[in-house]
Design a protein around this ligand. Structure first.
Ligand code: SF4
Length: 115
């Protein structure tokens, strides 16, 4: 039995989830189906959206994020990989700064314009 807080909405329900020998996940404590799906994903394939910053060639910091959630166990490695990245200005919101970060299929994109 794993206990976790649902982070899908601000209500923050406390969820209990258990996986049986057949891989079926039972979830309790959720107030809606999204919580059950969240707990199931946490037990089988946890993912997170990475938000961070990268340097620009103007010496400023550009806020970025993954275009889609990536496996939770790759978040730290992806964050470390961004430390050597320098974005070339000007940058528009949504521009791809790093394509297919760590082969996850998710891009690192700018979350604001920067001249
Ligand atoms: S279970 Fe549903 S209501 Fe509860 S925190 Fe998750 S999304 Fe929100």
């Amino acid at each position: 039995m794993v206990t976790m807080t649902c982070i899908v909405c601000p209500l923050g329900c406390t969820l209990s989830a258990e996986k049986d020998e057949n891989g079926n996940v039972t979830v309790t404590g959720n107030s809606c189906p999204r919580g059950a799906k969240y707990a199931e994903n946490e037990l089988t394939f946890p993912v997170r959206t990475l938000t961070s910053t990268v340097k620009t060639d103007k010496g400023t910091m550009l806020p970025v994020k993954t275009s889609a959630p990536i496996p939770k166990d790759k978040v730290r490695e992806a964050a470390n990989a961004l430390s050597g990245v320098v974005a070339k200005c000007p940058v528009s919101i949504g521009d791809v700064i790093v394509k297919d970060i760590l082969g996850t299929g998710s891009d690192i994109i700018a979350t604001r314009d920067m001249a």
